[in-house]
Write a protein that binds this ligand. Structure first.
Ligand code: AMP
Ligand code: GLY
Length: 421
């Protein structure tokens, strides 16, 4: 079986690693991939945004299944493109079509979906440039902090949490009148602030059945103690210690089931990963956001805990037989620590040689490439070290110990993962 994975992060290397363990021995292609995916298959120098080039590669390499890693191509309609392609419409794509991808591509769409299906989330209102004055007046009526969300995709930067009302008004004006995030902030959602601890839920659905993957928790801020700028994710753990059986049951009844039912009621044939960003407020779960893909770096702890054959899981998804699949989860905990380039998430340099990667540990590549026979940095998040343990703290210790000899100029990683658990 020839499988094409779109993307180039740690998530995609983890997919390749998990798929490569299948007894079905798939042949893997990644576009564009990184040095980690190159070691497990063939990297294709193609941007996932270039649908025509993707289609050509699918034909040329006789691809049987496409897995879409990041959200952008899904929101741009890659699944629809393949499904309506004159010669490729029979090739399954794991990842939803454009309409369903709006769950991630538009905050307003996601909020309306949750409202329609009674899924617990923060109260909200939405505004455009035409209703800016109403938005400014609305901010005066609600308590701080103010949560402002650009409606569209803004590379993880579109959510602002502001404590001062005048600053919030200036930010709203910047987003709506000055299009701070371009087209993504033509519409802005203002929502109530939820005070709690976050966790992530991952489902794989074929539109009818689904499987629930292990829960995870990621660390988004660059600095220790959850301080500083937001990043793509500096680490993750699975399972989530505060996600006890009673709380899990609430998530299932109040969020997972209504979400899947809601998709069916809305006649949305969702094939792919549903990533639900949750927050525990007191004893109750609320949805912070939907994503239509796996998380990064959550994938680096979730997939290693799944015992099922990943090729079979994806084939079952494509063939709509997930209702007959039961998921087997490894009892050990997993943790991943992300090593980043100095300066990230702001400006950073590339091309720094990476040394000391242990051969007996699980190191997933993200921003890496081969240059003149050397492994060098090629992005902000460079690699992720995943470890196992009897509990998450033990797993975190293993993940750190695998990084002991890893070096490149400017390497930074958080040393406090698990501080809040
Ligand atoms: P999002 O892109 O919607 O996940 O938002 C990014 C981050 O902002 C989330 O992971 C939360 O940490 C935070 N956040 C978003 N919405 C809220 C909210 N209503 N209350 C508190 N924090 C929020
Ligand atoms: N780690 C959060 C995300 O993938 O969006």
């Amino acid at each position: 079986m020839n499988i094409l994975i779109l993307g180039n992060g740690g998530r995609e290397h983890t997919f390749c690693w998990k798929l490569s363990q299948s007894p079905q021995q798939p042949t893997l292609f990644t576009a564009p991939g990184n040095a980690g995916t190159a070691a497990l298959g063939t990297n294709l120098p193609i941007s996932p945004a270039d649908f025509e080039a993707v289609a050509e590669a699918v034909t040329k390499h006789q691809i049987d299944l496409i897995v879409v890693g990041p959200e952008a191509p899904l929101v741009a309609g890659i699944h629809d493109f393949i499904a309506t392609h004159p010669t490729l419409s029979h090739i399954p794509v794991i990842g939803p079509k454009q309409q369903a991808a709006q769950l991630e591509g538009s905050k307003a769409y996601a909020k309306a979906f949750m409202e329609r299906h009674n899924i617990p989330t923060a109260p909200y209102k939405q505004f455009t440039a035409d209703t800016l004055s109403e938005g400014l007046a609305y901010l005066e009526t609600i308590p701080a902090p103010y949560v402002l969300k650009a409606d569209g995709l803004a590379a993880g930067k579109g959510v602002l949490i502001i404590y001062d009302v005048e600053e919030a008004k200036a930010a709203l004006t910047d987003m709506l009148a000055n299009k701070k995030f371009g087209a993504a902030s033509e519409q802005v959602v203002i929502e109530g602030f939820l005070d709690g601890i976050e966790l992530s839920c991952f489902l794989l659905t074929d539109g009818e059945g689904h499987v629930t993957f292990p829960f995870a928790k990621d660390y988004k801020r660059i600095g220790e103690g959850d301080t500083g700028l937001n990043t793509g994710g500096m680490g993750a753990v699975s399972p989530v210690p505060f996600n006890d059986a009673v709380f899990k049951q609430k998530i299932d009844e109040r969020i997972i089931q209504p979400t899947l039912e809601g998709l069916k009621k809305d006649k949305i044939d969702f094939v792919g990963f549903v990533f639900i960003g949750l927050i525990r407020v007191g004893d109750d779960p609320f949805v912070i956001e939907y994503n239509v893909r796996m998380g990064d770096p959550e994938t680096q702890v979730v997939l290693p805990r799944i015992e099922n054959d990943m090729v079979e899981l994806l084939a079952a998804t494509a063939e709509k037989r997930l209702d007959k699949v039961s998921i087997q989860i490894r009892s050990e905990a997993a943790a991943t620590v992300v090593g980043v380039s100095g300066g990230y998430p702001e400006a950073y340099e590339k091309g720094k040689e990476i040394t000391g990667i242990p051969t007996d540990a699980l190191i997933f590549h993200a921003g890496t490439t081969m240059h003149d026979g050397k492994l060098v940095t090629n992005g902000g998040r460079v690699l992720a070290s995943t470890g196992f343990g009897t509990d998450v703290h033990d797993a975190i210790a293993t993940a750190y110990s695998s990084l002991t000899n890893v070096a490149f100029e400017g390497l930074y990683f958080r040393k406090d993962l698990g501080f809040d658990l």
